[in-house]
Design a protein around this ligand. Structure first.
Ligand code: MN
Ligand code: MN
Length: 313
């Protein structure tokens, strides 16, 4: 449902109204909601370089308002088929990552326990750990597709959560199915020579960007589908999986990544998988140019929403 401004003018242009994701109603009434968009304006886990992703959710919302609603590729108009609410943001404590993570899990579980599926906008990538915790509690341990230029399975910090290790910690706590965890788009200079082996040692299937481009998007999509099968699935998309030429607005950009079109193609190829949750993280408006990263992120979030909609039918 779209909240129309009280103008009497029937058509709602993109610039009109309060910014919610795709003009969805801002509501916390979960009783009849099929999907909730949730913002997590948290960047205290961005220990490695530039902060600012706390402004990601608001900017993605604003730039999502020009998305008209029908997905020609996935043949779905999610807002017409489902009740989609913009739940607003998790009240995260920027001074305490443990408390922030608790708040994220609690809020996510409130939503999931009402049988409302969740699409979350970050925030830095540390937020995926408490999100996977909530999804595991609700649905059982999910398969995970993780788009990123970084492995985010760093083990050197032990149990201290930050945006370089959410998938290590999630695997350690049983929030990821070790048989069905795939990292896609990995590249760039490494902090340790054995970073990829470290990821593989906990069960990740690491698909480097070289392998992605050698396969092409069609075969890459097939490889991903084969790895996760028909398991219950969570998708986590770090915007830095895309090339900084397309997504400069991020904290830790790595050159040599996916184009916008390649990522759109790849996501659309995942149609029919059993996706029950997704997030899109690491959008940092401070380093954006003409909102190109936020516009891209909004469109990728729309694709994720459409994939979830197709699955929920
Ligand atoms: Mn990354
Ligand atoms: Mn990441």
């Amino acid at each position: 449902m779209t909240t129309k401004p009280p103008s009497g003018y029937d058509f709602v242009p993109a610039y009109m109204g309060i910014s919610t994701f795709m003009h969805c109603e801002h509501s916390r009434d979960l009783a009849t909601a099929d999907f909730a968009i949730l913002g997590v304006p948290f960047d205290s886990g961005a220990a490695s370089w530039r902060s600012g992703t706390r402004f990601g959710p608001r900017t993605i919302r604003e730039n999502s308002m020009q998305i008209w609603g029908h997905n020609r590729h996935l043949k779905i108009t999610p807002k017409e088929e489902f009740r989609i609410i913009d739940y607003g943001d998790v009240a995260v404590d920027p001074t305490h990552i443990g408390r922030a993570a608790e708040a994220i899990t609690t809020t996510a579980l409130d939503i999931l326990n009402s049988n409302t599926q969740l699409l979350t906008l970050g925030g830095d990538h540390s937020i995926t750990f408490p999100l996977l915790r909530a999804h595991t509690e609700k649905y059982g341990t999910p398969a995970v597709i993780h788009f990123d230029s970084h492995t985010d399975t760093y083990q050197g910090l032990g149990d201290e959560l930050e945006h370089g290790n959410p998938f290590f910690l999630a695997m350690k706590h049983g929030y990821i199915d070790p048989e069905a965890y795939i990292q896609v788009g990995i590249r760039g200079p490494q902090s340790e020579p054995d970073e990829l082996e470290e990821a593989e040692s906990i069960g990740a299937r690491v698909v480097t960007i070289e392998e992605c481009f050698e396969l092409g998007m069609k075969d890459l999509g097939a490889l991903i589908r084969q790895h996760v099968g028909d398991r219950q699935l969570y998708i986590s998309l770090d915007i830095d999986a895309l090339d900084p030429a397309y997504a400069p607005g991020t904290g830790t950009p790595e050159v040599g990544g996916f184009t916008s079109f390649q990522m759109l193609t790849l996501l659309r190829s995942l149609r029919g998988l059993n996706i029950m949750g997704a997030d899109l993280v690491e959008v940092n408006p401070h380093y954006d140019a003409g909102a190109m990263t936020a516009i891209l992120a909004a469109n990728l979030a729309f694709e994720l929403l459409c994939l979830m909609g197709v699955n929920k039918r």
